[in-house]
Design a protein around this ligand. Structure first.
Ligand code: CA2
Length: 150
């Protein structure tokens, strides 16, 4: 079964434990379960990873690139957390790996502080889903599935 990589960056392991007014009350484990179910409905296997470390995220993007090239991975659903607004390394990894990436944000970053308005990932993303809470991950899986169908 082709895979879709669900990648979460720094502090997203805290989902559902704090700041429910911004990020809701769903935990990361529940988000991942939701992604697995939705992916399976579309004939995909969701592989879920989370890290607080930029280099680890870079490595996983590279691996997804290899899997994509081999026809085993349709792409990546990526919430890079705060690295979205800082990381040239993740921008370069996505560009270099040549794998479709959908950038996801649970909150509407454009309604928040100005430092959240700029994304280093958006220019190299296949698509962007912002502000729909954790349902954004489901939308992103559907988007990738549609966009990469033969
Ligand atoms: O809205 C999003 O999904 C963000 O990517 C979340 C990041 C933030 O830095 C981005 O600007 C927007 C923060 C993730 C931290 O999540 C927490 C969850 C619960 C408690 C504390 C942090």
């Amino acid at each position: 079964m082709p895979t879709v990589l669900i990648l979460n960056g720094p502090n997203l392991n805290l989902l559902g434990t704090r700041r429910p007014e911004v990020y809701g009350s769903t935990t990361l484990a529940e988000v991942e379960a939701l992604c697995r179910e939705e992916a399976e409905r579309l004939g995909l296997e969701a592989v879920c990873r989370q890290s607080n470390h930029e280099g680890q995220l870079v490595d996983w993007i590279h691996e997804a690139g290899v899997e994509h090239k081999a026809g085993r991975c349709v792409g990546v659903v990526f919430n890079a957390g705060a690295y979205t607004h800082t990381s040239v390394a993740l921008h370069d990894a996505i560009e270099g790996a040549d794998v479709p990436v959908v950038e996801v944000h649970i909150s509407n970053v454009h309604r928040r502080e100005e430092f959240r308005h700029h994304s280093y990932l958006s220019p190299v993303a296949r698509g962007i889903v912002v502000g729909f809470g954790v349902y954004g991950y489901v939308l992103a899986i559907h988007g990738l599935h549609q966009a990469t169908r033969p």
